[in-house]
Design a protein around this ligand. Sequence first.
Ligand SMILES: Cc1cc2nc3c(=O)[nH]c(=O)nc-3n(C[C@H](O)[C@H](O)[C@H](O)COP(=O)(O)OP(=O)(O)OC[C@H]3O[C@@H](n4cnc5c(N)ncnc54)[C@H](O)[C@@H]3O)c2cc1C
Length: 335
Amino acid sequence: MSSAASHNGSAHKLVIIGSGPAGWTAAIYAARAQLDPVCYIGIPKNDPGPVLPGGQLMLTTEVENYPGFSHGITGPKMMEEFQKQAERFGTVTHMQDVVKCEFSPEPARIPHTLHIADGTVVRAHAVIIATGAVANWLGLDNEMRLARSGGGVSACAVCDGALPAFRNQPLAVIGGGDTAMEEASYLTKFGSVVYVIHRRDSLRASKIMQERFMSRPNAKVLWNKVVVDVLGGEFIEGVLLEDTVTKERSTLALKGLFIAIGHTPATKFLKGTGLEFDDAGYVALKQRNSYTNLPGVFAAGDVADGQYRQAVSAAGMGCIAALDAERWLAASNVH
Ligand SMILES: Cc1cc2nc3c(=O)[nH]c(=O)nc-3n(C[C@H](O)[C@H](O)[C@H](O)COP(=O)(O)OP(=O)(O)OC[C@H]3O[C@@H](n4cnc5c(N)ncnc54)[C@H](O)[C@@H]3O)c2cc1C
């Protein structure tokens, strides 16, 4: 069914927005359950960091912690396999963004209406939001180059910190919140020394998280410093720092740089729809399921999870959302 056909009368049973582990897993389950899912996989953009169809794993090289790949797999290859599996069972994909949603607050007024970036309008009885959360980056050219090529720059220490390249090497984390402390504490298991580079003279992180990091013998905080460039050819060799007080510049030798300055849930296009969000801007779920506050609207993956943010947890949530949507459609007599 084409988007235009949907606008002219019939509505899709299920539209999935997003094409990371959550979106594709929801599509695999929904397609096998004969819900004829239509998946809007997004268009490449920079908002606020790089976003590609396939999601955040498109920005990494080795994924070593996803079960089933005993020797690891690259992020892009893994997402290619997810997509093939979803399409094998009949998922229809469109490389487009959903730019606006008009969700019906009452079951009687469903289908929901979705506006697509190419100007088409589609309707759907059930919608799964799986648009992820974009890691915030510093925005330096060399940072992004080395992040994309597996050159020792990452936005996820829990994902990449255990890689052999980082063992017994000097590493640094940028950030000053609880997540930065958690990532830095984790890295102290692997690095010879772990620096936290922070732009101010005090950290935003809770005292207990600060203490946990600082109690490690190989932990060091560099106060009042910003990274102005990332140095290195194929692999990171260090960073160029600037002191925020004296403006003095210095270099710091490093073999790994981890950016921990937060994530931005991809929810801009959902504002004003009546959908509820938590304090940090993630889609609020009713309980340990995928139901949102709106009927027929489900959410899965990092867009609804500010805590775990892993491929396998996102995929699990995608499965839950497809099962919830299937039951909801059956109870609503949509076949
Ligand atoms: C550098 C890096 C390395 C990582 N390494 C690992 C790892 O090794 N192991 C691990 O488990 N996790 C890793 N992660 C975390 C993992 O990538 C995420 O937890 C996971 O991708 C979340 O999946 P998701 O499906 O919820 O969202 P995402 O993967 O973020 O996918 C969201 C999708 O939604 C699309 N989208 C957004 N807005 C719209 C819209 N309006 N319309 C249509 N489409 C839209 C985007 O194009 C994107 O395809 C890493 C993250 C980063 C940043």
